[in-house]
Design a protein around this ligand. Structure first.
Ligand SMILES: Nc1ncnc2c1ncn2[C@@H]1O[C@H](COP(=O)(O)OP(=O)(O)OP(=O)(O)O)[C@@H](O)[C@H]1O
Ligand SMILES: [Mg+2]
Length: 541
C-alpha cells in the first residue's frame, strides 16, 4: 500500500467538489494551512483569523446541544464502569489550608439541594464523588477560591458545576447568604473554556445537572449567529459557559451584565492563562464593573499547571485560595502508552494498517474501538480521514479550517458511533469527553509534553485506555514522555527505549514533577513531526 501524497491531495480536492467522504457528513474543506487551529479563533463572528475560511459556517448558524435525557442515558449506560472509578483516581493533597478538611466520600455529606442530588445520583448514576470532587466541593461550598489539578478524565467538570448549581439554587430560593434574583443577561456564574466544542460540552453537562432545578444555563462562542446567541443569553443565563472572545465581545458591548456575578471559572486554566488567551482573560476581568477578586469566587481547573502560569493564576485568586493537587502533570495512569516507529509519508500507511488489522480482528470497522487520531496540521487531519475512508475505515475530521457546523457534526458522528475514527488537530486535545473512546493515536507526535498528556487523556477516563504514538526517534519531546513514564513507575516500551538509546540515552527521571516544555501555542499549527520544533523553554514543575 504505497502512499502518494499528491494523489491524496488531488482526491481531497475532488472530494470537496463532490461534497464529502467517509460518512455522509457533507462537504470537506481543502485543508488550506493557516495559522490558527481554530481553538482560540474567537475574534469576532468569523473565527479563522487566517483569512479565507473554507466551508464557512452559515451566518444563521445555531448550535444544537444534546438533549438532557440523552445525556442522562449516556451516563447510565456507562454506570457499570463507574462502580470503582473513584478507587483508581489519583489521590490529591490540599495545600494553603491549615484547618480541618472534609473530604466528601458520599454526596449526602454536603447537603446538596434535593433536585441536584437526584440529578447526580439517580439520573446520572454517579454513585460516589470522585476524589477531586470530594476534595474541592466542600471548599467551594465554603466560599474558597480554588486552584484544582487532577489528571485528565478525573471528573473536574462536575467538581465545579455541581457546587455552583447548589449555591445558585440556594441564592435564588433565599437560603443563601445573599438573595440572587435572575435577571436578563446577568449571570451568577461564568465558566470560560478554550474551545467551542469544550464550551458546548460543559454547557451540556451544566444543563444536565441543572435539569429541574430552576437554574438556567446558556452558552456563548464564536460562529454562533450573534443575534441568536444574544437571544439565548437573554432567555436565561444564571450560568454562562463561554469562549474568551465571544464573552469579551458581549461583556464589553454591554450585552452581558456582570454586576451580579459570584463565580468565575477557568476550565483548562493553564491553557487560558497561556499568552494567547491570557490577554482576553485579563481584559474580561478588568472590564469596569467586573467584580474584583475579593468580590467573587474564582475557580481554576486543569490536569496540568506548569510553573509559567502560576503567577497569572495567582493574580486572579485571593491569597487564601486553596490548592488541591495530585502533584503530577503526567498522563492518567489508566492509559497504556505504546509507541510505533513510523516516519514521513509512511505514517498514513501505518495508520491504515493498524486500523485495518483491528477491523479485521473484530469483524468489521463498525465494531472497532472508537479511535481518535491526532495530527499536527489541519491539512493532515483531512488527509488522514480521507485516506482511511478510501481504505474502508470510515473516518471524519475536525480542525480549525472547518466551519463550526461541520466541526460539531464531526464530533457528533464520532460520539454517536456513526464513524469509528475521528482525525483531529489539537482543537480536540483538551477537555473533550467522549464515552467509550478507548484508543488515541498520535499519528504525529506533539511538540510538547503537556499537549501529549491532554491528547492521550481523551481516553482512559472511566475505563482502561490505550494510546499509540508514532515516533521517528529524534523528537525532543520523547525524553520528557519517557521521564513522565519513569516518574509514574511505568515500564518504558522497547520501541521508545531503543529510540532514546539511539539518541544518547534519554532523559533521567526528574526529582519531582518534571521539566516541561512550554505548552505550545496550539492555536498555531506546529510543524509535522519530521520537522518538529524544539521545545522553546523548560521549567521545573
Ligand atoms: N462521580 C462520578 N462518578 C462516575 N463518573 C463520573 C463522576 N464524575 C465524573 N464522571 C465521569 O468521568 C468522565 C470524565 O469527567 P470530566 O470530563 O469532568 O473529566 P476532567 O477531569 O474534566 O478531564 P479533562 O482534564 O480531560 O478535562 C465523564 O465521562 C464523567 O461523566
Ligand atoms: Mg475537563
Amino acid at each position: 500500500m504505497a502512499l502518494d501524497l499528491e494523489l491524496v491531495e488531488e482526491v481531497l480536492s475532488v472530494a470537496v467538489e463532490q461534497g464529502g467522504f467517509g460518512s455522509d457528513s457533507g462537504r470537506r474543506g481543502n485543508a488550506t494551512e493557516g495559522n490558527f487551529g481554530g481553538d482560540n479563533a474567537e475574534q469576532g463572528n468569523h473565527g479563522n483569523r487566517d483569512g479565507e475560511e473554507q466551508e464557512r459556517t452559515p451566518m444563521n448558524y445555531v448550535p444544537q446541544a444534546r438533549n438532557v435525557d440523552d445525556l442522562f442515558s449516556e451516563d447510565q449506560r456507562a454506570a457499570n464502569d463507574y462502580a470503582d472509578v473513584v478507587e483508581h483516581d489519583d489521590d490529591v493533597v490540599i495545600e494553603n489550608f491549615d484547618g480541618p478538611v472534609v473530604r466528601m466520600q458520599k454526596w449526602e455529606e454536603v447537603e446538596l439541594e434535593p433536585q441536584l442530588l437526584t440529578n447526580i445520583k439517580e439520573r446520572s448514576k454517579y454513585g460516589r464523588p470522585r476524589k477531586i470532587q470530594g476534595a474541592t466541593i466542600p471548599f467551594i461550598l465554603d466560599k474558597f477560591d480554588i486552584k484544582a489539578q487532577a489528571e485528565t478524565g478525573s471528573g473536574k467538570t462536575a467538581a465545579f458545576v455541581v457546587p455552583i448549581i447548589d449555591c445558585c439554587m440556594r441564592a435564588k430560593s433565599g437560603k443563601g447568604e445573599e438573595l440572587f434574583e435572575s435577571e436578563m443577561a446577568t449571570p451568577y456564574a461564568i465558566i470560560i473554556g478554550p474551545t467551542r466544542e469544550l464550551v458546548m460540552q460543559v454547557f451540556e453537562q451544566a444543563e444536565k445537572f441543572a435539569a429541574g432545578t430552576g437554574v438556567s444555563v446558556a452558552k456563548a462562542y464564536g460562529q454562533y449567529n450573534i443575534g441568536r446567541n444574544h437571544h439565548e443569553i437573554r432567555a436565561g443565563c444564571d450560568i454562562l459557559v463561554a469562549t474568551p472572545g465571544r464573552l469579551k465581545h458581549f461583556i464589553k458591548g454591554g450585552e452581558i451584565r456582570v454586576n451580579k456575578l459570584k463565580f468565575l471559572v477557568l476550565d483548562e486554566a493553564d491553557r487560558l492563562l497561556d499568552d494567547s488567551f491570557s490577554l482576553d482573560i485579563m481584559e474580561i476581568v478588568n472590564v469596569t464593573g467586573f467584580p474584583d477578586k475579593n468580590n467573587r469566587q474564582t475557580l481554576l481547573f486543569s490536569a496540568t499547571f506548569p510553573n509559567q502560569v502560576m503567577h497569572a493564576a495567582d493574580q486572579l485568586l485571593r491569597p487564601k485560595a486553596v490548592f488541591i493537587t495530585n502533584h503530577r502533570n503526567n498522563p492518567n495512569k489508566r492509559i497504556k502508552q505504546d509507541f510505533v516507529v513510523s516516519g514521513g509519508q509512511g505514517k498514513l500507511d501505518k495508520l491504515t494498517e493498524i486500523l485495518t488489522a483491528e477491523a479485521e480482528k473484530v469483524g468489521g470497522s463498525d465494531k472497532m474501538r472508537r479511535t481518535l487520531v491526532f495530527v499536527n496540521t489541519k491539512r493532515m487531519s483531512d488527509m488522514a480521514a480521507l485516506y482511511l475512508s478510501q481504505h474502508d475505515i470510515p473516518a471524519t475530521s475536525i480542525n480549525g479550517d472547518r466551519g463550526q457546523h461541520l466541526r460539531e457534526q464531526a464530533l457528533a458522528e464520532f460520539r454517536s458511533h456513526k464513524v469509528a475514527v475521528l482525525c483531529a488537530t489539537d482543537v480536540c486535545a483538551r477537555g473533550i469527553d467522549v464515552k467509550e473512546l478507548d484508543h488515541v493515536i498520535n499519528m504525529e507526535v506533539p511538540s510538547d509534553a503537556i499537549t501529549y498528556v491532554h491528547r492521550i487523556g481523551r481516553c482512559g477516563r472511566i475505563a482502561q485506555g490505550y494510546s499509540t504514538t508514532f515516533i521517528e526517534g529524534h523528537e525532543p519531546v520523547l525524553n520528557e514522555i519517557a521521564a513522565m513514564m519513569r516518574e509514574s513507575s511505568e515500564e518504558i516500551p522497547e520501541v521508545l527505549k531503543s529510540a532514546l538509546d539511539q539518541n544518547g540515552g534519554g532523559a533521567a527521571a526528574p526529582a519531582f514533577g518534571q521539566s516541561f516544555a512550554a505548552p505550545s501555542n496550539f492555536a498555531n499549527n506546529v510543524p509535522s513531526s519530521g520537522e518538529a520544533a524544539a521545545p522553546s523553554a523548560t521549567e521545573d514543575w
